[in-house]
Design a protein around this ligand. Structure first.
Ligand SMILES: Cc1cc2nc3c(=O)[nH]c(=O)nc-3n(C[C@H](O)[C@H](O)[C@H](O)COP(=O)(O)OP(=O)(O)OC[C@H]3O[C@@H](n4cnc5c(N)ncnc54)[C@H](O)[C@@H]3O)c2cc1C
Length: 281
């Protein structure tokens, strides 16, 4: 059974921020609710107020420009990201990883930013956004600040967000636009499931970048490699940097093994680009 709480659905960002300035300590904001209402239902969170962001039109924006990059608003769902022709053309890794997140039905509600703020080690959007250099834009009644994802996520389900702040958007700079990308995710079943371990990789003419999830408390971003780097070099660095654990879903040894296997697959032809024709589908 759900505890008693009050539901608020502001129409403007200003109203949302002034509500949080007064009641932030007792309030949880949400968009899709696919993470939040699971923990509320389980009695693990008991906010006095829940603040629904979906009524705020500007938070639904998903914008691409070659000069500023991609801006993903707080209420952009994973299906909106995956289906967007600019995203598919410029950042194919976001399409590939987004399609790995839960089911089509759930992705109609689940937002990219909800996935990031939850800061689960197995969140499917974080590794890809780490590789692309994503930055989180946080806003409160006092103003705006920006943090690189690697500074925003500080531990298992821990972030730098304050109780009076909303993540309004994530910005992906144009630096890695049109880089080939790939995402490999180990699941316990063939259908939809949370990741047991996953590897995100992008490759441009300048470099290879790789991030690993569910192998440490936060995603692990490896240093950039030259574009002709072999899998052995990337695997060696990955094994130095990850710290997987044994848990109910897998052993640490199996996770380490699969990190190597996924790097092999991605380096050996597992990275895709999408042509403009494919992106228009
Ligand atoms: C059946 C099921 C299967 C799932 N499978 C997967 C999976 O395969 N892979 C995966 O990665 N995840 C999975 N999830 C988890 C979840 O669906 C995703 O993390 C989703 O992207 C969360 O988005 P949301 O909009 O629903 O988040 P919400 O539930 O709305 O919010 C999640 C958290 O983020 C905070 N938050 C949300 N938006 C903001 C904001 N703009 N500013 C500040 N704080 C904010 C909320 O306060 C809350 O703490 C699954 C969940 C379920 C129920």
């Amino acid at each position: 059974m759900l505890h008693d709480f009050s539901y608020h659905r502001p129409d403007t960002l200003g109203d949302a921020l002034s509500f949080l300035a007064r009641h932030g300590a007792d309030t949880t904001v949400f968009s899709g609710g696919t993470d939040l209402f699971v923990v509320i239902r389980a009695g693990l969170a008991r906010p006095a107020h829940v603040l629904d962001l979906k009524g705020i039109a500007e938070l639904h924006a998903l914008d691409w420009s070659a000069s500023d990059g991609l801006s993903i608003g707080a209420c952009v769902t994973v299906n909106e990201l995956v289906g967007d022709s600019d995203v598919r053309r410029e950042f194919p890794i976001l399409r590939i990883a987004g399609e790995e997140l839960a089911t089509y039905q759930l992705r109609n509600r689940a937002t990219v930013i909800g996935n990031i703020v939850t800061a689960s080690p197995c969140g499917d959007m974080s590794g890809p956004l780490y590789t692309l250099g994503g930055e989180v834009v946080l806003q409160s009644a006092d103003g705006e600040r920006r943090l690189p994802l690697g500074e925003f996520i500080t531990g298992v389900k821990r972030t730098m967000i304050r109780s009076d702040e909303i993540v309004t958007r994530i910005v992906v700079p144009p630096t890695w636009a049109r880089a080939a990308g790939g995402y490999e995710k180990l699941k316990r079943i063939k259908g939809h499931d949370l990741g047991v371990v996953s590897v995100a990789m992008i490759k441009s003419a300048a470099a290879i970048r790789c991030a690993i999830s569910s192998a440490a408390p936060t995603p692990v971003l490896l240093p950039d490699f030259p574009p002709d780097t072999d899998a052995e070099t990337i695997k060696k660095k990955a094994q130095e940097m990850i710290s997987p654990i044994d848990d109910v879903r897998a052993t640490a040894a199996y996770r380490s093994f699969m990190v190597d296997e996924f790097i092999n697959r991605l380096v050996d032809g597992g990275l895709s680009t999408e042509t403009a024709a494919e992106a228009a589908v």
